[in-house]
Design a protein around this ligand. Sequence first.
Ligand code: NAD
Length: 518
Amino acid sequence: MSQHYIPENLPEKIQHYINGEFVDSISGATFEVLDPVSNTAYTTAAAGQKEDIDAAVAAAREAFVNGPWPRMKARERARVLNRIADAVEAQEDRLAELETFDTGLPIKQARGQAQRAAENFRFFADLIVAQFDDAMKVPGSQLNYVNRKPIGVAGLITPWNTPFMLESWKLGPALATGNCVVLKPAEFTPLSASLWATIFKEAGLPDGVFNLVNGLGEEAGDALVKHPDVPLISFTGETTTGQTIFRNAAEHLKGLSMELGGKSPAVIFEDADLDAAIDSTLFGVFSLNGERCTAGSRILVHRSVYHEFCERYAARAKNIVVGDPHDPATEVGALVHPEHYAKVMSYVEIGKTEGRLLAGGGRPENLPEGQQNGSYVSPTVFADVAPTARIFQEEIFGPVVAITPFDSDEEALELANGVKYGLAAYLWTQDLTRAHNFAQNVEAGMVWLNSHNVRDLRTPFGGVKASGLGHEGGYRSIDFYTDQQAVHITLGAVHTPRFGATATEPAPAKTAQFGASK
Ligand code: NAD
C-alpha cells in the first residue's frame, strides 16, 4: 500500500460536547490536529479554556444534583451501559480506522480496541448489579452498614496511546457507579473521543452526565484539575504531569487515581523457555509502536543465555515490518506526533553512546511512497546497556529496547528495582520457587510469569513508585468512584456518659430489645 489512506467523513472540526450538545469553545479558540503519516493538519479541534470547563462542570453538577442518573437502580444503569457496549462493538471497523489514522497505531492492533472498550462497560454493568455492601452487627447493641454513594463530578484526563480504549477504562466505572463526568482527552488524538457523545446519547444516557472538553493539558486539563466542584480526578499520563496534577489538586484535597509512566523489566533467567520469551519480549516492547505504558523496555538476561538471546532477538527485530499503519501487514506504524518522534529519536542517538546497537537506530529505509514525512522509527535494540544509562533509566515510550546481562538472581533483582518506576515486570523461568520469590520482591504493581501482558478485568491495575498512585480495575475502581458512608444504628440502650446530669436525675428508659426475656 503506497497511498496515504484518509478515512471518509472525517469531521471538519472537532467540538466539545456539553450538556448533550456539540459546541465550539466560548472564545472560538481551536488547535490543529495532525495525522502521523503525513504530519499535516487534517482538522481543527476546539481548544477548551477555563470557561468551557466551567460550563461542562456546571452541566455535570446539575445532572448529578438534580438528574436521574445517580438515583437510578443499578439494574437500570446497567441496561444503559450494556446498550453502550453494544454500540461500541458495532463501531469496531470505524473505530479501528479512526484510531489508526489519528494515532499511527497499526490497523491490526487497533482492531479489537472496540471490543475491549465494550467489555469495560459490560464488566462494570455486571459488577454494579452484583454489588452489595457490608453490614456489621454487634448483637443487641448496634448495627452498622455501609451506604455506598457516587461522589459527584469526576474529571477524567487521558493520554494519546490507545485513546478510546483507555477512556473506556475510566468512563465505564465512573458512570456505572452513578457519577457524572467531564472527559479531557489528549490533544494529540482527539478524533475517536468524539464518538462517545453519539454512542451515549443513543444508549439513553441523560444529558449532562457525560461531557467532553478538548484542549491542551495546561489549559483545559489544568482548569479541570483546579475546579472546586470536581472532587475526583482520574489521570493516566506521564509521571511529571501526574506530579503537577497532584500539586494542583491539593488545594481542594481531591481524590486522585494516577496511572503513570513505566520502565518495566523483562527478566530472562537461564532456564527460561527462550522461544516463548523472545516472542513475548519482542511483542512487549514493539507492539503499539512501543507507546505502551507496560512495555517491557528493559530486558535483563542471564549471562549464560545472553549471547544467544541477543542474536536471536536482534534478528527478529530487524525483520519487523514498519510502515503504513493502515496496511494489515504492518507491525510497527508511525509514532503519534512529530514532537514525540523527536523525543524518541533523541533517545536513539543517546543510546548509540550508551549501548551496542544491534538493530534499527534511526528512520527505516524504503518508506512507502508519499509517506516520507511520517514519524517512523525502526525497531531499535541496544545491548550491554549499563544500569546508569539514560536509556536504562528513562521512559522512552517508543520502539526502543535496552538489554543488560546479569549473573545472579540477586543482581537481576537489583537491576529490576534500580529505576524510579514500578509499573510491570515480566519473569521467564521454569523454577516456581524462584518465580514466586522474585515476584514478591520486585517493585512492580503487576507481574506476569511466563506470560505477556494479558489481563483479567477483575485484577488490580496500577503501579508503585513513580508509576502511580492507587489501583483501578474491578472493585478498586468501584471503591475509587464511590464514597463508603458508614451508618451506625443503636439497637439497645444508649450508653452515653451523662455530662451535666445530677445524680438524682432519672436515666432515660431503656429501649426494648427484641428477643430479650423478661
Ligand atoms: P501526558 O502526561 O503528556 O498527557 C496526558 C494527559 O494529561 C493529556 O490529556 C494532557 O493534555 C493532560 N495534561 C497535560 N498537562 C496537564 C496539566 N498541567 N493539568 C492537567 N492535565 C494535563 O501523557 P501522554 O504523553 O499523553 O501519554 C504518555 C504517558 O502516559 C506515558 O508516560 C505512559 O507511560 C503513560 N501511560 C500510563 C498508563 C498507565 O496505566 N500507567 C497507561 C497509558 C499511558
